[in-house]
Design a binder for this molecule. Structure first.
Ligand SMILES: NC(=O)C1=CN([C@@H]2O[C@H](COP(=O)(O)OP(=O)(O)OC[C@H]3O[C@@H](n4cnc5c(N)ncnc54)[C@H](OP(=O)(O)O)[C@@H]3O)[C@@H](O)[C@H]2O)[C@@H](O)CC1
Ligand SMILES: Nc1ncnc2c1ncn2[C@@H]1O[C@H](COP(=O)(O)OP(=O)(O)O)[C@@H](O)[C@H]1O
Ligand SMILES: [K+]
Length: 480
């Protein structure tokens, strides 16, 4: 599991740790890791041309100490001081002492640089880059140099992943002690490039519950249901899918396609697209409706392509098993009915649907995903899975449980119907007994991985290809 902590938590841990260490030791650890990462990226340090962009805080200090280390190994290192009277003094002394030069023509050195170290702002940055830094950042990005962000790309919000103004896009980010939420959440994540975590001893001082966590293969493998000798289809769980309409029969087929590959023992389909479902998947148990009369299920999925069947949504929400609500189901949702449920509910909106549920503009959800997913979960007393370029899953109990961020997406998933596959898959995992936060995050992980497998066979991919690649994603996760 990869974990991320907020700035406040990082600063508290730093204070505890610094009290036990000699002055400056932490910054030296950070600078050593940073210089080593730069050396890896450069291949050959001797003779390389490096430019260090230095802001007014400790982020600039890290960059200067790393610059000093590279200068000692024979690189030609120039520093651009963006706030000359507030530059980190110890860092500057080490830098010049090692042969580094302070330049007053940033554009001249940036034009020929092999590597740029972005030490303008780290966890102390607020808002986008300030006007004096903008032309320098643009020249760095416009050069042929590899841009390495120190701790975080300058100009992004560490805690939320928001980008409120201009930020410097990095090819790689070397972050210290722990990931920060912004390194894992779009839009900031896109600015970070490849992220390398450098240990500085902070780990032991961080609390056990992070703000954010990202599953890895081994975590998913542990959570996936596996049939045992005593299993039968009912014990493995039956998932009911209420989806599709005369107008959108395909949504039903895709949701069932996801559900059949999610580990439940059987899929029960209820709705108006039974013929289309059976034609593609004869193994589905179909029922003409209403859901309450369909027979026992261990979890329901309601909503993909459903049209205006409000009664079906109400019927399903009245059940005493876990319910996943997606797409049209979200439009027809009664918040009080969700809050009153005893069994868990999982809501799976994309940004537009989340915006409608929260009564805010879509752009607001897209720019502040973490706050939005938390607010949705709190408001509905449910687990919320916010889809999009970064998929986030938040539980209803606030900061007591970390928000899960999906590391496995691919933009190829932006294709019609892929959300229907995800809802069926997540519902199937709910029926197999996973908790809603696990079901949602495991589904998003497998869904993204399946899309990557499908892309490896040839892109563009369809949603049906994603569903078909789920067994190979499952195998990948459980055999590595
Ligand atoms: N914590 C740890 O464990 C460790 C931390 N370490 C390092 O310290 C870093 C944090 O250092 P930090 O606290 O000095 O803040 P930092 O990121 O340098 O920026 C603050 C300065 O920038 C300025 N500024 C603000 N916004 C701005 C903007 N938009 N555009 C331009 N300027 C802006 C602001 O100025 P002001 O607002 O006062 O004018 C202030 O002076 C951390 O990221 C890591 O690299 C490691 O060495 C070891 C372990
Ligand atoms: N740019 C992107 N990068 C990664 N994943 C994406 C991107 N855009 C969409 N997705 C994923 O694709 C799926 C789309 O679901 P949804 O918006 O419900 O579409 P549909 O209604 O067509 O099924 C979600 O799993 C979402 O996270
Ligand atoms: K930075």
């Amino acid at each position: 599991m990869r974990t991320a902590y907020s700035v406040e938590t990082v600063r508290n841990a730093e204070t505890e740790l610094m009290a036990r260490l000699p002055e400056g030791a932490l910054m030296q650890r950070a600078a050593a890791g940073l210089a080593a990462a730069c050396a890896d990226l450069l291949g050959r340090v001797y003779g390389a041309r490096v430019v260090v962009l230095v802001g007014s805080g400790d982020n600039g200090g890290d960059a200067l100490y790393a610059g000093a280390r590279l200068a000692r190994r024979g690189a030609g290192v120039s520093a651009v001081l963006l706030a000359p009277d507030r530059t980190h003094q110890g860092g500057l002394a080490a830098f010049t002492g090692a042969g580094g030069r302070v330049t007053d023509d940033p554009f001249e050195v940036l034009a020929v640089a092999d590597l740029v170290l972005d030490g303008i702002t780290g966890i102390g940055g607020k808002g986008g880059l300030r006007p004096d830094a903008v032309p320098v950042a643009r020249a760095a990005r416009g050069s042929d140099a590899v841009v390495v962000a120190v701790d975080l790309p300058s100009g992004v919000e560490a805690d939320s992943g928001e980008v409120r103004g201009e930020a410097l896009r990095a090819d790689a980010t070397v972050t210290f002690g722990t990931y920060k939420p912004g390194l894992l959440i779009d839009p900031a994540r896109e600015y970070a490039g490849t992220v390398r975590l450098v240990g500085i001893g902070l780990e032991a001082h961080l609390p056990s519950v992070p703000d954010l966590e990202a599953l890895q293969h081994a975590d998913v493998a542990r959570l996936l249901p596996e049939p045992a000798a005593e299993s039968d289809k009912y014990r493995r769980g039956v998932v009911g899918v209420v989806a599709g309409s005369a107008r959108y029969p395909g949504a039903a087929v895709l949701a069932v396609a996801g559900a059949l590959r999610g580990g439940a023992g059987a899929v029960r389909y209820v709705g108006h697209a039974a013929d289309a479902v059976i034609a593609r998947f004869p193994e589905t148990l179909v029922h003409a409706g209403p859901p309450a009369k369909a027979g026992r299920v261990q979890a329901w999925v309601v909503g993909p392509g459903l049209g205006d069947d409000e009664e079906a949504v109400r019927d399903v929400l009245a059940s005493d098993v876990p319910v996943l609500v997606d797409a049209d189901g979200l439009r027809l949702l009664d918040a009080a009915a969700v809050r009153d449920r005893d069994a868990p509910t999982l809501l799976t909106p994309h940004a537009g649907e989340a915006a409608a549920l929260l009564g805010v503009p879509r752009e607001e959800v897209e720019s502040s995903r973490l706050a939005s997913v938390r607010e949705l979960a709190a408001h509905y007393g449910a687990t919320a899975l916010l889809k999009g370029s970064t998929t986030l899953v938040a539980g209803p109990d606030g900061s007591r449980t970390p928000v899960r961020v999906n590391p496995m997406g691919t933009p190829w998933l932006a294709t019609a119907g892929s959300g229907d596959v995800l809802s069926g898959l997540a519902g199937s995992l709910l029926a197999a007994g996973l908790e809603p936060r696990d079901a949602g995050s495991v589904a998003a992980y497998l869904h993204g991985l399946a899309a990557r497998h499908a892309v490896a066979e040839g892109a563009p991919i369809t949603s049906y290809d994603v569903a078909s690649a789920l067994p190979s994603a499952w195998h990948d996760v459980t055999h590595t």
